[in-house]
Ligand binder design. Structure first.
Ligand code: ATP
Ligand code: MG
Length: 174
């Protein structure tokens, strides 16, 4: 799966509609502190179904909605869309929208779907909100500083075998 475009409206600091084309060869995004680089990665994780507000540096999920500044009023919704090429299949467009007091709604290629369907669409392509390919700021340092057992747990998670341990424990108890 190749992600081609990320669109944001009212998501965190991206109050005005922003359209990010992700073309082959893009290796980095640079900009001053606080310009929104991490917010872009969080938007990608969010549209893929992230459920943890804390991992998006918020207290509640509505904290992803533009909260206003001295000169601009807050918004009452946030929307992120991601467009991806799927080998041998049609393009995949996933949209997630959150409104204050109304929670999140998802669409895949224009159809209303459940959060679970979005998770499955990305899991089929071995990616998603918890893909080990998405490394949040500070995580590299955390891996280096981790105790061996913690580091092993992180590596097992990245290798996709963490679930096997859970199932083995479960089997041993039977
Ligand atoms: P650094 O180089 O320090 O890592 P960065 O480019 O990664 O910076 P981000 O962390 O993506 O920057 O953006 C932080 C900015 O986003 C802050 O100015 C913060 O106020 C703003 N921000 C975060 N959430 C919201 C929100 N809900 N509404 C408005 N602004 C927000
Ligand atoms: Mg950052």
């Amino acid at each position: 799966m190749q992600i081609k475009r990320l669109r944001l409206t009212g998501f965190k600091s991206f109050v005005d509609p922003a359209d990010l084309r992700i073309e082959p060869g893009l290796t980095g995004i640079v900009g001053p502190n606080g310009c929104g680089k991490s917010n872009l990665l969080e938007a990608l994780r969010w549209v893929m179904g992230e459920t943890s507000a804390k991992s998006l540096r918020g207290a509640g999920m509505e904290d992803v909605i533009f909260a206003g500044t001295a000169t601009r009023p807050a918004r009452d919704f946030a929307e992120v869309s991601v467009l991806a090429d799927q080998p041998g299949d049609e393009e995949l467009e996933v949209v997630r929208r959150i409104e204050r007091g109304a929670g999140s709604a998802y669409r895949i290629n224009g159809r209303d779907v459940r959060a679970k369907d979005v998770g499955l669409a990305f899991a089929d392509a071995a990616t998603g909100a918890h893909s080990p390919a998405l490394v949040s700021q500070g995580r590299i340092g955390a891996i280096i500083a981790a105790k061996p057992a913690e580091r092993r747990a992180m590596l097992e998670e990245a290798a996709g075998i963490a679930g096997l341990h859970v199932r083995r424990k479960d089997a041993e108890q039977k």
